[in-house]
Every structure is written in C-alpha cells, then in structure tokens.
Design a protein around this ligand. Structure first.
Ligand SMILES: O=C(O)CCC(=O)C(=O)O
Ligand SMILES: [Fe+2]
Length: 341
C-alpha cells in the first residue's frame, strides 16, 4: 500500500469519541480514518488517561531498569509460561540480526479463564514489587479501555457498525511492553534503538518519554515524531491493514540512536487469540493486494517464537513447534521487522 507524502504526523483530539451524540463521534472517527489511510500514524489528546497513571508507569520502569542485571534476570521472560517478564538486551532479534540497544519488560493480559491454554495469555510474571504490579496494572487497564474506544472509532471510520470489533476483542492478546533505551556511552557506535518494522497487531498505543521515533513516508524519508505534551502516539499495525482490506496502512517506523535515556510503552492492541484475521466482509479492496487470512494468536506467537532467543532455541531442539501454517518473518502486512538500518 502506497503511503502519501506526509511530512508531519496528524494530531487529533479524540474527546468527541466519548460524546453521547453519534455525530460528534463520527466527526472524530472521520479524522482518525483520514490519518489511518494517509499516514498510518497519529497522535491523540483528549484520551482521558491521567498524568498520574502515566507517571506511575514511567516511575516503575525507571526504578526496575536501574536494578543490576542479575536482579532483573530473576524475572527473565524465558522462564515464564506465557511470554512475560524481563527481556535483556540481545534477546530479541529480527530479520538480519538487528542489534537494537534496548531492554524491555513484557506484561501480559492477565486472563486465566480461557477453556484452552494459549501461549500468550495467562498470569503475568511480575517482579517482586507490589508497587510495580499495582501501578503497571492500573495503567494497563486504562490503556486497554482506550483501545476499545479507538476500535469503535476505527470501525466508524471504515463505515462499519461501531461495535464491529467488540466481539473479537473480548480477551485480546494485547501485550504492554515497557522499553528502556539506555544512552550508549560510545558516541560513535551506530546502534539504533529499534530497527525499522511495522507492528503485528491492529494498532499500538504508545507513550514515549523522549523524541527518537521516526516514521517512513511514501518518498522514503524518515519523519520525526515530536514529543507532544499529554499525547499518545497511535499507529496502525499489520492486522488492521488486513481487516480493513488495505484502507488503513501499517507504516514502518524505527527508533534512532537515542541522545538521552529514553523509555517507551507500547500497548499492542490485538484481537482474541483464535480470531481469523481477514478483510472484513463488505469492505472493497483499496489496492491490488490480496491478504491471506491468519489466526491472530498463532500468527503473533509464530512471529514471537522466531524472534526471541529462548523460543528459537526450543524450536531448534524440537521442544516447541510452530502453529500449523505459520508465516515466516516479514511476510505479512508491510514487512514487519524488516531491518533496513
Ligand atoms: O520506542 C518507540 O517509540 C517505539 C517502539 C516500537 O516501535 C515497538 O516496540 O514496536
Ligand atoms: Fe513498533
């Protein structure tokens, strides 16, 4: 899908999505739709998530990542049963073996009632801090609720019923990542924060603490995303590009080498694990592209299994098998995790 030649990221006040008046909701949805079609990235204000919730999350990240490595490794993601916990530098490697300078803590949707056990759902492996669990969970809940509101807005933007996504986002595999990009002490080393990629899921709600995020436009130029007071960055991911039959675009982005210590908190809004991701019936194709259907959870897990060292080792020794029909890396959407650095 070709992108337009944008040179800035649209900023939208979404408070109208909470209005009782359907016309007001539709007006905001139309703005969301324009940004999703033309840029695939936007920034939002009027989202209702308080500064207190955001500061609580940032504070917990700051204190967790400041701990010595051996303490952080006590909560290593590789010892969890559902892919949650601490992700040390170098654990996650994308196509081409990118050398991102970052560490992370992955938090799961704490859903334990599924009749079937799914690899990306279940109780989070929390660190040994009640404050961390409380503050991070509070933010996570609020951001998931914002995600539901945005799903309704995107449905209206596509000319669909407002509750189109409700039935497939009841217990979604929507992970919250807490990412720490340390300042590289070597001023000449050129290690990006995160290499160029698109996100796998429907859309991402991102809270950054500093500039550094860049978005690729149709002319192949990297456009800086400014840090806007009180705003979240929202970007379309592969799955919403597919569901929308190419109307919305999953846009490549990256984080350049940071010039100050940086934290970023993406919540990847996905669908329920077994959801079949295919163009929604009745939406005419926008481009030439024909999208092959995939299972939401199996696709996410297959991508994860091929990029995390601990899971790759299990694939190699045969103790883990990829779900049937799993796609290879960068074979979906806009070429997820394609490293061009
Ligand atoms: O750190 C950021 O601003 C973006 C992170 C990101 O793109 C990702 O985790 O997928
Ligand atoms: Fe991303």
């Amino acid at each position: 899908m070709a992108h337009t030649h944008f040179t800035s990221i649209p900023l939208i006040d979404v408070s109208g999505l909470y209005a009782d008046d359907p016309a007001q909701r539709q007006r905001v949805a139309d703005e969301l739709g324009r940004a999703a079609r033309e840029v695939g990235f936007l920034q939002i204000t009027g989202h209702g998530i308080s500064r207190e919730l955001r500061d609580g999350l940032i504070e917990q990240a700051r204190s967790f990542f400041a701990r010595p490595l051996d303490e952080k490794m006590r909560f290593y993601i590789g010892q969890s049963s559902n892919h949650s916990g601490y992700v040390p530098e170098g654990e996650e490697q994308f196509v081409g073996g990118s050398k991102d300078l970052k560490e992370a803590y992955d938090v799961n949707y704490d859903y334990t009632e599924a009749a079937q056990v799914y690899p990306l759902l279940g109780p989070t492996q929390w660190p040994d801090s009640a404050d961390f669990k409380r503050e991070v969970s509070a933010y996570y809940r609020a951001a998931l609720a914002l995600g539901d509101t945005l799903f309704r807005g995107f449905a209206l933007a596509l000319g669909l019923a407002e509750d189109t996504f409700a039935g497939i986002t009841r217990h979604p595999t929507s992970q919250l990542r807490m990412i720490h990009y340390p300042l590289d002490p070597d001023p000449v080393a050129d290690r990006p924060g995160i290499g160029a990629h698109t996100d796998y899921e429907c859309f991402t709600i991102l809270l950054p603490t500093a500039e550094g995020l860049q978005v690729l436009n149709g002319d192949g130029q990297w456009i800086d995303v400014p840090l806007v007071e009180d705003a979240f960055v929202i970007n379309i991911g592969d799955m919403l590009e597919v569901l929308s039959n190419g109307h919305f675009v999953a846009t490549s982005h990256r984080v350049r080498k940071v010039s100050e210590e940086r934290f970023a908190f993406p919540l990847f809004c996905a669908c329920d694990y077994p959801t079949r991701i295919a163009p929604i019936a009745g939406l005419p194709a926008r481009g030439e592209r024909v999208y092959a259907p995939v299972s939401c959870g199996d696709h996410l897990f297959a991508q994860t299994a091929q990029t995390f060292r601990y899971l790759r080792e299990r694939l190699e020794d045969g103790s883990l098998k990829l779900p049937d029909g799993a796609a290879g890396l960068s074979s979906f959407g806009q070429g997820r995790r394609e490293v061009t650095a």
